[in-house]
Write a new protein. Structure first.
Length: 147
């Protein structure tokens, strides 16, 4: 049940990003059952090339010891892209929980080959949020994923 609770926190972040005029993707970083970082995609809001939800979340968690990252779980409403997956690998985050991977699928096989425990929740709210956004703002979505 905890996974669903933490995904709801990530969804709150995604909704906040959408309300700010950005892309509705949210993320939380959890250490020992407690949220230590929250973030949402803020590329539009900050004029950033790299501020995806997972990057914002990890940045907002602040500097951690390497051993701390290795005990964290990263939650994201959408399958992490190459950049965000690479960041999780760099810091040795052992588990990633994804809300959905139907609208976009990052390098999930690569993460698993590298030893990451990857769980896909197939959360309908995450799916609906992204599908509606992609329908409403296809050019902004294409920009975000580098198409």
């Amino acid at each position: 049940m905890k996974d669903q609770e933490f995904m709801q926190a990530a969804l709150e972040e995604a909704r906040q990003g959408l309300a700010e005029g950005g892309i509705p993707i949210g993320s939380v970083l959890v250490l020992e059952g407690k949220i230590i970082g929250r973030g949402h995609n803020r590329r539009v809001q900050k004029g950033s090339a790299i501020l995806h939800a997972e990057m914002d979340c990890i940045e907002n968690a602040g500097r951690l010891k390497a051993a701390d990252y290795k005990r964290c779980v990263l939650y994201s409403t959408l399958s992490p892209c190459d950049m965000c997956s690479g960041t999780a690998l760099l810091y040795g985050i052992p588990r990633i929980v994804v809300g959905e991977n139907r609208t976009f699928q990052g390098p999930e096989q690569y993460l698993m080959v590298r030893g990451v425990d990857l769980d896909i929740l197939d959360n309908q709210e995450c799916i609906d949020l992204m599908r509606q956004f992609i329908q409403d703002k296809p050019e902004l979505w294409k920009e975000d994923i580098g198409v």
